[in-house]
Design a protein around this ligand. Sequence first.
Ligand code: PLP
Length: 451
Amino acid sequence: MATRKFFLNESELPTHWYNIAADLKNPPAPPLHPATHEPIGPEALAPLFPMELIKQEVSAERFIEIPEEVREILKVWRPSPLIRATMLEKALDTPAHIYYKYEGVSPSGSHKPNTAVAQAYYNKKEGVRRIATETGAGQWGSSLAFACKLFDIECKVYMVKVSYNQKPYRRSMMQLWGGSVVASPSTDTNAGRGVLAEDPESNGSLGIAISEAVEDAAMREDTKYSLGSVLNHVLLHQTVIGQEAMKQMEMAGEYPDVVIGCAGGGSNAAGLMFPFLRENLDGRRNTRFIAAEPASCPSLTKGEYRYDFGDVAGLTPLMKMYTLGHTFMPPGIHAGGLRYHAMAPMLCQLYDEGFIEARAYPQNPCFEASTLFAQTEGIVPAPESSHAIRAAIDEALAAKEAGQSRSIIFNLSGHGLLDLQAYDDYLAGRLVDDHYPAEKVREAMKHLPAI
Ligand SMILES: *Cc1c(COP(=O)(O)O)cnc(C)c1O
């Protein structure tokens, strides 16, 4: 019988984060000032982030020590388990070995607390009393509310209105952990009031909510801003996932041929991939990496690699990313965490350089995959994670077709126990098969800054 679970002791929790910037072949494209289009220095970010996080954002140091206080909190749910999906393998009748790293064991049920705790810690250390952020489906907002509670920081969450109304339990979690939540667009900011003046019925979007949270932080002396994905320091904090997985795969006596993650802003995928990818960058391995994204918001597979804003209002610095246009409003699919118009600059660079592949999937094939996963392995996956499962199953079926063995690892970034409405819709045949909204993207791409 194959061993199913690979556990590490608490003492084996990584002591450092791995910074892939140290091993990139080309220097990263610098962020640019939103108005002047000149490269910005670290000081331009100081109104929004604590200095230590800004230093991490621009650091070229290969390993950055994880503060002891942060490690102590991470130990509540880390190291997370690596599990071999033997029952899924059997159902697929594949010679491939499928492993998943399970991040649903955290308090909020996803990988997001890995960075929320680190961010709250550095804010606290620099005397910040209040943090403003945005959240789509509520995964990030709940993770940050939890982390802020541990460090006694006030947490204000701008939650995309459609989710605020559709996902009341995520809102409850944020409130349980002491966060204060408003539906975005809200009347609390100029950005929100502007959107409401044009469209009082606006359902909101992640881009609008980011504009509101950034404005909140910029306007208040006691408040900083916090982002749950996309930025270099967020990807950095997630590399505990891949470092643990490398040790666990070693325990399993295998090295992966394929490493897979779902990609919204890119943080969970990068967190699993980057430690393995270092081996490719150094020429020691030739592993394949696959980022799985929704067909209705396909930044990597359909976007252009250009400078764009991170938010709708154009308040953030310009970053070089694969983008569908910052004014693009993705369709309301159930994988709310994957509805972002662009992707982490670091992941985009590695994709552009050919180190990472990408696939785009409509939601029905993803729910088909996660339903099979639930019916074999038992865990109910988050709708976001279902994209990674789809890609892993396709790889396992391709291995079967080719009569090859293949070692596959994917990140099960979260559980879906607060997303059962999505499964209800799927089981009742009510899920629309979303497609690529080409016309809306064409329109949005007209609003990119000319750089
Ligand atoms: C937020 C979220 C994602 C997408 O964010 P990334 O930064 O791309 O990882 C994926 N899975 C889950 C469970 C999430 O909550």
